[in-house]
Ligand binder design. Structure first.
Ligand code: GAL
Length: 815
């Protein structure tokens, strides 16, 4: 009875957890003892800077140094790290440091350098006999890992995960296990901000000796020529036990409500310390399709049984959809034509650098969805697993991109890892093997791509391979001959020539625009490093947003666009350098605050609701009265009428690419636009002259977060005048106080020229806006209160509910 009650309560708790749409949890571990995935994020000791190893001199020392378990210096288990700081992961130390004009411009003028992390943990005696694996989701950039004084891994890419079998080295009971990680963040793989440290999650996985390897279930639905669907499941089973194991794989397909849709079983056998792939196919009739608008997901539950007992299991998600690229009319999803309205982006966000909490991915992707985006290119590296899961849930088509262009064994391993980890995601429609490589128009480049594409195909033949080329396209031997879909970076002038010469090739833009603007600025100012927001500024290789989209939209043979970039990012400031520390290519700034480009694309891309936005703001200095101000209406209406202080001054048709630009003589007051479709009013937008700010306002992106210590919510800070109108020109300092079960994990305002600290509790508004990112504390519930203060203004106060949530199971910290 008691047991049943317990069961019912925990099922109820799980249901509440999953149905709480406000929570953005990581997957709680509802797994049984035979497969535990425990977070290792908490309680790492951290030292900024390298700790050189003691010199190896003399026979005895040299002899000992060469032995397993005898690591020296900070890698030794007994090293005294008590003076080191304690940090929780994900951690990016570069964003904690001040801006530094002597640091690399490409890394956003942040020092990176070296760092050390150490963590102790215990394993119970009951763990003895289990298969144990350490997982690092991402470390920037190179690193060496020791466990119990034995070097267990050297990693050469800041964007791939690595999994380390520590079974043989583990200690149990009262004995302590030690992990030491030396991170070399001077190593660089990009020309953008890459962060520094263990910036994604870490895990300890405990399984039975007979288990499914990590990323070892490949279950991607396929549609046969006769229209029937099935899910072929390939399970890689490993046996770290001492005897040969015969097993049964049982695999089940569950719909979103948890109903069993289909099942299949298969037998296998695996000898000790070996792996075996077992395949089973689940037949499915009439599945609900995964689509951009309705991204229905199913779960595949794969169980291994030995002598009737379950030894391991894994749940993966999948989606039923077909994809097809054509040479003449672009891309088809589920046999419906879809023009890809895509964006490229890097992975840093204001306040947190590259240590982005899972829920911020949802925040960013939802902003993109609101803008009408249906595609995302992970530039120029594999993203976090949580990002891809969010794309699956939200319905965004993904170009997943490999980081290093290299066909030698270590780099092929990196590529293979990406495909294995990511191939179940219905959102992924393209694998990209490179971005803009100087060898793209040579035989060497061609041969490398040919080999890399072959590696991809061996692991996943269902998606085309592409490469983002910015030249070499017309060389006699070039990379376009080795890919399935040719990706053009820029190249707007040769779209037609290439298509004419190669009518059989499938084409997409893989990167375009690179237009620049500074949020809320409406004049170019070389002294102040400001770029106007009228979609006029772009570098020599780029084009305006409007010209780019027109060129792509009007060419059916192009599958779509990938605008550079969705969000501003640190590093690569263009055309200005120091003190400018971040790029201004974003459609949104580093916080995700919309720039004019956001409304421009929204007007071009959103079809099912009226869009209308007037720019610029309408607070111009008193001596501007009578001066001509450039005004733009960004809208999907047919016609716009413009009124200044109630008097109609314009009535113009909307060009769906160019939008409307007028010159309006400035008079303080209200400038209002009314949009019409087929003669009927459908939308309104206005900008108003405000009086000076009198009070602060806080707007949380969600009013409840999960109290598991992971969920994070961005809060917008702005100021209002006496009539409650936001003052878009305000640049005031604001201070924050937080009460309750949460922490401020970062602050930003989208100003690429700002050198303010991104940690702490202070931030200026930039053109009327700032952002504070709050994260719940572990094991917490109740109400958090954020208070904002600025001298002379009325405070703002906001409450956010912290809901009791299932905790992410974790490995206890041992000091
Ligand atoms: C592209 C490149 C991007 C970024 C962009 C800036 O050529 O692929 O990573 O550098 O230029 O415009």
């Amino acid at each position: 009875m008691k047991n049943n009650l317990l069961k019912i309560t925990s099922i109820l708790l799980i249901i509440i957890y999953f149905t709480d749409s406000k929570a953005y949890p990581t997957k709680p571990n509802t797994e049984k003892e035979n497969h535990e995935r425990l977070s290792l994020d908490k309680g790492w000791r951290f030292n900024l800077g390298d700790i050189p190893f003691p010199e190896i001199k003399g026979h005895e020392v040299s002899y000992s140094n060469a032995k397993a378990g005898k690591a020296w210096g900070a890698a030794a288990p007994e090293y005294n790290d008590t003076k080191w700081r304690t940090v929780n992961l994900p951690h990016d130390w570069a964003v904690e440091a001040p801006f530094d004009s002597t640091a690399n411009v490409s890394q956003g003028y942040r020092q990176r350098g070296f760092g050390w992390y150490r963590r102790n943990f215990k394993l119970s005696k009951a763990d003895n006999g289990k298969h144990l694996e350490l997982q690092f989701d991402g470390v920037a950039t190179n690193c060496t890992v020791w466990v119990n004084g034995i070097v267990v891994h050297r990693n050469w890419c800041g964007y791939n995960s690595f999994y380390i079998d520590i079974t043989a080295l583990a200690k149990y009971g009262d004995e302590i296990n030690n992990i030491a990680v030396r991170v070399d963040a001077n190593a660089q793989e990009g020309w953008w901000y890459e962060g520094a440290g263990i910036y994604r999650h870490t895990w300890l996985v405990k399984q039975s000796p007979l288990h499914l390897i990590t990323d070892g279930v490949y279950a991607q639905p396929v549609k046969a020529k006769n229209g029937s669907w099935s899910v072929p499941v390939q399970a890689t089973v490993e046996n770290t036990g001492k005897t040969t194991a015969s097993y049964v794989i049982e695999t089940s397909l569950l719909d979103k409500k948890g109903n069993l849709i289909g099942q299949s079983t298969a037998n296998g056998e695996v000898t000790p310390l070996n792996q075996n792939i077992t395949s089973a196919t689940i037949a499915v009739s009439n599945p609900e399709l995964w689509d951009i608008d309705q991204p229905t997901l199913y779960q595949v539950r794969t169980v291994i049984k030995q002598n009737g007992n379950e030894t391991d299991h894994l749940t993966t998600s999948c989606g039923f959809r077909t994809i097809r690229f054509t040479a003449d009319s672009g891309f088809y999803l589920n046999d419906k034509h879809v023009k890809i309205k895509g964006v490229c982006s890097h992975q840093d966000h204001a306040g947190v650098g590259v240590a982005v909490p899972n829920s911020l991915w949802d925040f960013r992707l939802k902003k993109l969805k609101e803008m009408g985006v249906n595609g995302y290119r992970c530039a120029h590296n594999p993203p976090s697993a949580e990002f891809l899961a969010a794309c699956d849930r939200i319905g965004i088509l993904v170009m997943d991109e490999n980081r290093n262009f290299n066909s030698s064994p270590e780099y092929m391993r990196q590529l293979e890892w990406m495909i294995r980890r990511d191939r179940n995601h219905p959102s992924i429609i393209l694998w990209s093997v490179f971005n803009e490589e100087p060898m793209q128009g040579t035989e060497i480049g061609y041969e490398m791509v040919r080999r890399m594409a072959a590696v991809v195909k061996k692991l996943d033949s269902t998606r085309p391979v592409t490469a983002a080329a910015n030249g070499g396209l017309f060389e006699p031997v070039n990379v376009t001959q080795a890919v399935d879909v040719v990706g053009f970076n820029y190249q707007i002038d040769v779209y037609d020539r290439f298509h004419k010469e190669h009518p059989e090739m499938k084409l997409t833009s893989s990167e375009d625009a690179s237009a620049q603007m500074t949020r809320g600025e409406y004049a170019n100012d070389k002294q102040k490093h400001l770029i106007e927001s009228y979609d006029t500024q772009y570098p020599s290789w780029g084009q305006t947003h409007r010209n780019t989209w027109k060129a792509i939209a009007e060419r059916p043979f192009l599958a779509g666009c990938f605008v550079w970039t969705a969000f501003d990012y640190r590093g690569e400031p263009q055309p200005f350098e120091w003190p400018t520390a971040g790029a201004s290519f974003g459609i949104m700034d580093q916080c995700g605050f919309p720039k004019a480009a956001f409304y421009l694309h929204q007007a071009q891309w959103v079809e099912n609701k009226p869009i209308l936005q007037l720019i610029p703001q309408w607070n111009w200095p008193a001596d501007s009265t009578g001066k001509q101000i450039r005004v733009m209406a960004l809208s999907n209406a047919d016609r716009i009428k413009l009124f200044l202080n109630g008097k109609q001054i314009e009535d113009s048709p909307v060009d769906r690419y160019e939008m409307i630009t007028w010159k309006v003589p400035y008079h303080p007051g209200k400038l209002e636009a009314i949009g019409y479709k087929a003669g009927k009013e459908v939308s309104r937008s206005s900008v108003e002259t405000t009086t000076s700010p009198v009070k602060l306002e806080l707007i949380a992106d969600r009013n409840a977060i999960a109290g598991e210590g992971w969920d994070a919510v961005p809060v917008t800070v702005r100021v209002l005048d006496a009539k409650n109108r936001p003052v878009e020109t305000a640049n005031l300092p604001v201070e924050f106080e937080l009460q309750g079960p949460a922490n401020i994990i970062g602050l930003g305002n989208g100003d690429p020229n700002s050198h303010e600290a991104e940690k702490g509790n202070k931030r200026r508004l930039y053109n009327g806006l700032a952002q504070v990112i709050l994260q719940s504390k572990a094991n917490s519930s109740g109400t958090l209160t954020l208070i904002a203060r600025s001298k002379g203004l009325k405070d703002a106060k906001i409450n956010i509910t912290v809901t009791k949530s299932i905790q992410v199971p974790e490995v206890a910290v041992i000091n």
